[in-house]
Design a protein around this ligand. Sequence first.
Ligand SMILES: C[C@H](O)CC(=O)SCCNC(=O)CCNC(=O)[C@H](O)C(C)(C)COP(=O)(O)OP(=O)(O)OC[C@H]1O[C@@H](n2cnc3c(N)ncnc32)[C@H](O)[C@@H]1OP(=O)(O)O
Length: 726
Amino acid sequence: MGKGGVDIEVGSDGVALITITNPPVNSLSVDVLLGLKEKYDEALQRDDVKAIVITGSGGKFCGGFDIGTLGGLQHGAVKIGGEQFELTDVSVKIITELFEGAKKPSVAAIDGLALGGGLEIAMACHGRIAAPQAQLGLPELQLGVIPGFGGTQRLPRLVGLSKALEMILLSKPIKSEEASELGLVDAVVPPLELLNSARRWALDIAEFRRPWIRSLYRTDKLEPLGEAREILKFARIQAQKRAANLKHPLVCLDVIEEGIVSGPMAGLVKEVSSFQQLLHSDNAKALIHVFFSQRLTSKVPGVTDVGLKPRRVRKVAVLGGGLMGSGIATALILSGYPVILKEVNDRFLQAGLERIKANLQSRVNKGKMSQEKFEKIFSLVHGTVDYENFRNVDIVIEAVIENVALKQQIFSDLEKFCPPHCVLATNTSTIDLSLIGQKTNSQDRIVGAHFFSPAHIMPLLEIVRTEKTSPQVIVDLMDVGKKIKKTPIVVGNCTGFAVNRMFFPYTQSALFLTDLGLDVYRIDIVITSFGMPMGPFRLADLVGFEVAVATGMQYLENFPERVYKSLLIPIMLEDKRAGEKTRKGFYLYDDRRKARPDPEIKKYIEKSRSMAGLIADGKPLSLMDKDIVEMVFFPVVNEACRVLGEGITVQASDLDIASVMGMGFPPYRGGVMFWADSLGSNYIYSKLKIWAESYGDFFKPCPFLEERAATGSKLSAPVKSIKSRL
Ligand SMILES: C[C@H](O)CC(=O)SCCNC(=O)CCNC(=O)[C@H](O)C(C)(C)COP(=O)(O)OP(=O)(O)OC[C@H]1O[C@@H](n2cnc3c(N)ncnc32)[C@H](O)[C@@H]1OP(=O)(O)O
């Protein structure tokens, strides 16, 4: 809204070049859309214009409809000059009738990206020329909506139904090269030739040297009706399997089907009305919130707003080739960083290198990486057992076992061997960073780089700063984080940081409910139906019981007043059930890691219950599914409030991202704080208060939550007067 513009320049060749300018991604604001209409009208009217080329400035075609404006449309209408902005007008009147139906041909010159509405405009052009490596896609579903400018109709007609469904349902863009093979773009040319090639192509169409194709009416790529229906049927089943709570993928499939069965105009009309309905859904609100929150994590007051530029990182060293270290090294080499992997001896070093190889090999096996690329990427890692090669590293990431004395020794060695500018990062998840750097004079360059396992796959990186960590070091690490495709959130130094502090009550509540008489498998089913990738017990199996006990001890030491001391896991451990790695935990596991319930666990549960003594009258607690969700997640919300209240995170939305990317909280619920706000602070507070009275301090609402409930304010409202730990 109120931003961006469109220019027109008519060349002596008779081609009007229409350029969108709306940095950073040339998104389609209302102004841009109106500008496009105006310039198209002008080009169509002018006698000196034979053909049109549309492009975007700054090496980017267009990142789609302006998502900020989508938010505006959700909260009421967007008005221009007192008139309501109608999406129907854009899809049918502007893009279809004016652009595609024009009497002069147009060609899209695509550089950088053509996403969402951007690709939809390009598909309405009569030709598409792209520069190499441009991204083309319709990622609207990840925002809880569907393509709304004709994408559901034109993409299947250009690339066939199966490929279109893959791109739309998985919000998966493709590169120009693949787009060219599929026929989505007509040619891929070097960037410097892009505009000239597009001009020539447009003139070729105008002068009948090339066919004048209107994508909306093509049928040659569409599968026959019977086959199309089968493909759609299968896609519906897959969509339900991926996220049973989500309706918009199914709506999208209905819209596509409408176009195939009743013709593309009928499809367009259904598309617009469905888009408008979905835009107002809770899921779209939540997913759009997640989109902006993810970008907000890179704005850290006092760090990213003080003019610091990230320093160039040429080489990284990783200490420790275990599960975490090898995962971190894999993530780094995959993004082109040369890595030195250090281990204590040759045997451990070889094992670490083998792990990295296995991580890469799994990509080769899945067809995601060629053997040639495998060799090239693996050659970026060099193993060592000493510090000799550390003289020219820019960042070190330590990922050895959680032992304070060992880490202290390592950091004083690093201080000796690394150059003075080198960032000294630790992947610890539990040890106080000040303690780790105690024996050094380098506290200002010591920082936490907390990855989540498997580190080369999980998208989150917690960057932990102490009061002494310099902003420059944080900026450097944030930059590396982004380059290795992680979303970095900057958090303060405390036990568990943001993610693990929220995770802890998740498992604890589930254990509490079990001791109150609930069935572990039912709890897992209810929680996965809510949208978590796995329930708390399946997760405990995955993490392993030894780790669960060790973490429990940490929490007991640091937050004794709110730890529920369930004995269930220690009892099971005594019987050598330690989770998935022993093939026996709450579930039994076969060779393919498939979990199945085990009736045997009844005996452990009974023992734990009798020791807990919570079921005094012998009557197990009976709860509805909704109550289970609340009893598991309200303690998580409570802990998130503490984290925010203590200033461990900058803003509530960082906890949303931490929960979505670190815990697997369903993004379509917007993250833990967004979800909590949809229920209301007062509701959550009152529930916790009642449970605290019945069951003790584990449920006791924290002062932050109490205050928000008392004033009826949102948990995500800005935090005032808190001494931030950041
Ligand atoms: C009717 C239509 O069918 C509906 C639509 O078109 S809906 C929109 C569809 N488009 C999308 O979903 C694309 C969303 N954007 C992206 O995926 C990524 O931003 C991108 C691939 C374009 C660029 O990624 P990257 O280079 O990593 O930069 P990223 O940090 O994400 O974005 C840069 C800035 O552009 C903004 N931006 C990106 N796409 C935007 C969009 N479509 N609208 C508004 N702002 C957008 C981001 O908010 C960010 O702003 P900030 O600098 O103020 O934080």
